[in-house]
Design a protein around this ligand. Structure first.
Ligand SMILES: C[S@@+](CC[C@H](N)C(=O)[O-])C[C@H]1O[C@@H](n2cnc3c(N)ncnc32)[C@H](O)[C@@H]1O
Length: 270
């Protein structure tokens, strides 16, 4: 959306009667889904003053999910704190493909977990998995800890360094949505994302594949024989991601969803 302050003050009360004025203010600020967002902000506001604050912040380009404190993902609400990557709808393909391959009792790892949306959704779809999540960013780890159930374990650190060594050779499903935007392409992203989501969540290095390369290079050491590595990538990068896996000794295939505009590469350790 465009970021203009818009007419943001003077909502008399946060009830449904405020909806038309809030919708108008959001539309004036360039918000495409003004009606839907107005409804959510009105519901979230604790007072007229709070509604003023929320509409002003949204008009200034702060992501809706950071204002609400949650995002909808795979049919459930996931806590998303300011400064944490907002899970995208397209990532539901990664969840779907990971859940298809997970069995009760399996170790499932959500590496680069952000809010933990992926791991939590896989665990909700397949009862009894042993879920581990990890991220290098402390804000993401705190957020994932809120979302993960009491039986999940959340770790903090750089990729595999964060995981307990007992998981070596024991991971059945390794689901990864690491940053994959090429550094130069970050400038082309919506202002909202590049301003309010941390650089470390977006920047995949010169060709976008720096973190994926490191993930794939060590994956065999962590997967159980028969285990799967699943990486979200872009349509353009899919062949490169697949080649990384093949070179690392995994049988790899590209899975695409036109409906979600999503691409996942699935590697299998035979
Ligand atoms: C694109 S976001 C995806 C977050 C989450 N998986 C999702 O789909 O909503 C990438 C995440 O990778 C994390 N990350 C980046 N580099 C990392 C590293 N070297 N080790 C662990 N996590 C990393 C970032 O902090 C960020 O939370």
């Amino acid at each position: 959306m465009a970021h203009s302050p818009g007419p943001t003050s003077g909502f008399s009360a946060p009830g449904p009667q405020a909806l038309p004025a809030v919708t108008t203010a959001l539309r004036a600020a360039g918000c495409v889904f003004a009606e839907d967002e107005a409804r959510l902000l009105v519901e979230a506001a604790r007072s007229a003053r709070d509604l003023d604050r929320l509409v002003a912040a949204r008009s200034a380009g702060i992501p809706l999910e950071h204002l609400l404190g949650w995002a909808e993902f795979c049919g459930r609400r996931v806590v998303v704190a300011p400064g944490v990557f907002v899970p995208r709808r397209r990532t539901e393909l990664l969840v779907r493909e990971a859940a298809r391959r997970a069995r009760p009792g399996d170790v499932v790892v959500d590496l680069c977990c952000g809010s933990g949306a992926v791991g939590v959704a896989v665990a909700a779809a397949v009862a009894g998995v042993r879920l581990h999540l990890s991220d290098v960013d402390a804000a993401a780890v705190a957020c994932a800890s809120e979302n993960a159930g009491p039986t999940a374990r959340v770790h903090h650190g750089d990729l595999y360094d964060a995981l307990p060594s007992a998981l070596r050779g024991a991971v059945a499903v390794l689901a990864v949505n690491a940053p994959y935007v090429p550094t130069d392409a970050i400038a082309l992203m919506p202002l909202e994302a590049r301003t309010h989501e941390p650089r470390i969540a977006l920047d995949g290095g010169p060709d976008g594949l720096d973190v994926q390369r490191r993930v794939v290079a060590s994956a065999r050491r962590w997967l159980v024989p028969g285990g799967h590595l699943l990486i979200e990538t872009s349509r353009e990068q899919a062949e490169q991601t697949r080649t990384l896996m093949t070179v690392a000794g995994l049988a790899a295939q590209v899975v695409r969803s036109a409906a979600l505009d999503a691409t996942v590469v699935v590697g299998h350790l035979e």
